[in-house]
Design a protein around this ligand. Structure first.
Ligand code: NAD
Ligand code: DAU
Length: 352
């Protein structure tokens, strides 16, 4: 039976990963280390309550004593690091915490893994560290071309700079000490349990409540959207079969301008809820995000050719599943939109 240290798995992608893995593997142990920041929510893990294969530990990936203790207690086969400050707008107003968690936290995990797995000049067989990174480390594309694994890193936001730094440390541990690592770099995810500060759940919630829909700039920035379960599958495949020391890009072949996403959500909810108060009049073009990357587009040929991964969920199917989930989980939405998050959102919106 394999034991995984998974970090940040009370958040959006991580909680989906917990469901994906427990569904796929009967015999598995997932030790989920999460600090429970504003983005971490134990309600996301309600469906695995009482499952002995999932062990939740509240704590910080920067805490050396705690992480070392977990390594000693569980003898991990894999570390999969999802934990991060993940929102670009927050990184623009408060970059320090991004360095703390995304850079120093990653280095702490690497160091603790090395302490546990590297003895007398060699690495224990069968161990691997996987860093969940992002396409944003590559910067921004013009109208043509795609991000390849060989594209030079060129991050622009404090968030993407912190993720790029973390990636460089992961590779430094591989290049310097021979640590078995992989990095995945995925495009924008959408699906259940995403915190409604991100475009898709924010727009679903606002449309449903007839609130204004803040579209940054001209609404023509392009993102490459991937249904979250497809990302989870890619991470599992890379952990299992990825060649040591390699980076794998993960993307949905699904580039859409932001305004298309917003209009799709409006049309879907208008028809589904038969609500005439829902219309494109809710759209409000607001000041652009500082340093806003224009276009992301992933070339996922490497992971397809080497591991057989491909995006299984067409956007038209994924977006309907996603809207269904948010409509069916209004209580979840009202919990996460109260407290800190609401205050943050109101402050941001007031300044637009
Ligand atoms: P999220 O913000 O929803 O969740 C982050 C989780 O990390 C939360 O549960 C939070 O409590 C936890 N966390 C934060 N700081 C921590 C710390 N110091 N110690 C322990 N736990 C901590 O993020 P997400 O969207 O699920 O993203 C997960 C990972 O995937 C991130 O590394 C992100 O950079 C990467 N990623 C995200 C996307 C996307 O579209 N959301 C795409 C590509 C890559
Ligand atoms: O590309 C992967 C990245 O995708 C991940 O690494 C990040 O963790 C994740 O947050 C996401 O970053 P983005 O900045 O692309 O996602 P966000 O949902 O914040 O914004 C998507 C696009 O929509 C972006 O061009 C900004 C725009 N936007 C966003 C919000 C929240 C708006 O126009 N209005 C909004 O209110």
């Amino acid at each position: 039976m394999k034991t995984y240290l998974i970090t940040g798995c009370a958040g959006f992608i991580g909680s989906n990963f917990v469901y994906y893995m427990l569904n796929k593997y009967k015999e598995i142990r997932l030790v989920n280390l999460d600090k429970l920041t504003y983005a971490g929510n134990l309600e996301n893990l309600k469906g695995v309550e009482g499952d002995p294969r999932h062990i939740f530990v509240q704590g910080d990936i920067c805490d050396k004593e705690l992480v070392s203790k977990l390594f000693a207690e569980y003898d991990f086969d894999y570390v999969i690091n999802f934990a991060a400050e993940s929102h670009v707008d927050r990184s623009i107003s408060n970059p320090e915490i991004f360095v703390q968690t995304n850079v120093l936290g990653t280095v702490n995990l690497l160091q603790c893994a090395k302490d546990a797995w590297y003895n007398n000049g060699s690495w224990t067989e069968g161990k691997k560290y996987v860093q969940v990174s992002t396409d944003e480390v590559y910067g921004s594309l013009g109208e043509d071309g795609y991000f390849m694994e060989t594209t030079p890193l060129c991050p622009h936001s404090p968030y993407s700079s912190s993720k790029a730094s973390a990636d460089m440390f992961v590779m430094a541990f591989h290049d310097t000490y021979g640590m078995p690592v992989n990095i995945t770099r995925c495009s924008n995810n959408y699906g259940p349990y995403q915190f409604p500060e991100k475009l898709i759940p924010l727009m679903i919630n606002n449309v449903k409540n007839h609130k204004k829909l803040p579209v940054y700039g001209d609404g023509m920035n392009v993102r490459d959207w991937l249904y979250v379960e497809d990302h989870c599958k890619a991470i599992d495949m890379v952990a299992e079969g990825g060649r040591v020391g390699e980076v794998y890009n993960v993307g949905g072949h699904n580039e859409r301008p932001n305004i298309f996403i917003v209009k799709t959500i409006i049309a879907q909810l208008h028809d589904r809820l038969k609500d005439e108060g829902i219309s494109e009049d809710l759209i409000e073009y607001v000041a652009d995000r500082l340093g806003h990357d224009r276009r992301y587009g992933i070339d996922p040929t490497k992971i397809k050719d080497e591991l057989g991964w491909y995006p299984e969920t067409p956007f038209e199917v994924g977006i309907v599943k996603t809207i269904d989930w948010y409509l069916a989980n209004q209580e979840w939405m009202s919990h996460v939109t109260s407290g800190d998050y609401l205050k943050y959102y109101e402050d941001m919106y007031k300044n637009k």
